[in-house]
Design a protein around this ligand. Structure first.
Ligand code: SF4
Length: 255
């Protein structure tokens, strides 16, 4: 890995567009941090210059408070990006504001789709109903890619237990232009619940209404006992990720 712009989070100039990380860096980091628990991974990710400029991406969903709490203890000023697709539940938007204040996060950024792209590709707001991949591309993937352009690494809250397609989740992934860091990759549902209870973290209000994974309102349904926590996402579609994350090699298909 090269050290092109340590400590700097400015938008890169055209001359600086080469990636901070190269292929194979994730495998080396997975070996280096093989024994590291989530707090140690986050401590490194948020303070070690080798990770460059780091953002945390959060959906402010059902389990987001745990990662955000861990991060806020290290760096409450870490940029926290929420992709506001235009279809989030109002409860999620309120929860993001309230939880951000509760945790003392000082740099919460709402990332929104480009209005011209929406007018061109989704003028009636119905693309989710016939082309969810295309809808996610313009409402999630493209805005996040643009927002991450000034960062070298980003932290996600994914966990291996959430679905069959995430069961092989590593701590570090080569994610294209940025390194992706998954500090909670080994956490179980019981770990998450215990941590949230221990620190009295406020839950997303829709959990009590039967939602175990919370994304956009048209594409999120309640889960039934025994289902994967993410089974309520894009129910009925052969789709398990929004495009920000890809199903991992070797994972079982969820459908
Ligand atoms: S989750 Fe649904 S509404 Fe949200 S961006 Fe994807 S397809 Fe569109």
């Amino acid at each position: 890995m090269t050290r092109r712009r340590p400590g700097s989070c400015a938008i890169p100039s055209l001359a600086q567009q080469q990636p901070f990380f190269s292929g194979g860096d994730a495998a080396r980091l997975n070996a280096d941090f093989a024994a590291a628990a989530a707090p140690a991974l986050l401590q490194a990710a948020l303070t070690d210059p080798r990770f460059g400029c780091v953002a945390l991406v959060s959906s402010f969903g059902a389990e987001s408070a745990v990662l955000l709490h861990l991060a806020a203890r290290v760096r409450p000023d870490v940029p926290v990006l929420l992709v506001d697709t235009g279809w989030l539940f109002p409860e999620t938007l309120h929860y993001a504001q309230d939880l951000g204040k509760f945790l003392g996060l000082t740099d919460l950024r709402a990332i929104r789709p480009d209005v011209d792209r929406l007018a061109e590709r989704d003028p009636n707001r119905l693309r989710w109903s016939f082309d969810p991949d295309g809808c996610c591309a313009i409402r999630k993937v493209e805005p996040l890619d643009a927002a991450l352009a000034g960062f070298d690494s980003w932290i996600s809250g994914r966990k291996g237990f959430q679905s069959a397609t995430r069961s092989h989740l590593p701590a570090f992934e080569d994610g294209g232009a940025q390194l992706k860091i998954n500090p909670l990759h080994r956490w179980t549902a019981a770990d998450v619940a215990a941590y949230a209870a221990q620190h009295r973290l406020p839950p997303h209000p829709l959990i009590a209404d039967g939602y175990s994974s919370i994304g956009c309102s048209p594409c999120t349904s309640r889960t039934r006992p025994g289902e994967d926590p993410r089974a309520g996402r894009w129910r009925g579609w052969d789709k398990v990720e929004c495009g920000i994350h890809k199903p991992l090699p070797g994972s079982d298909p969820a459908f």
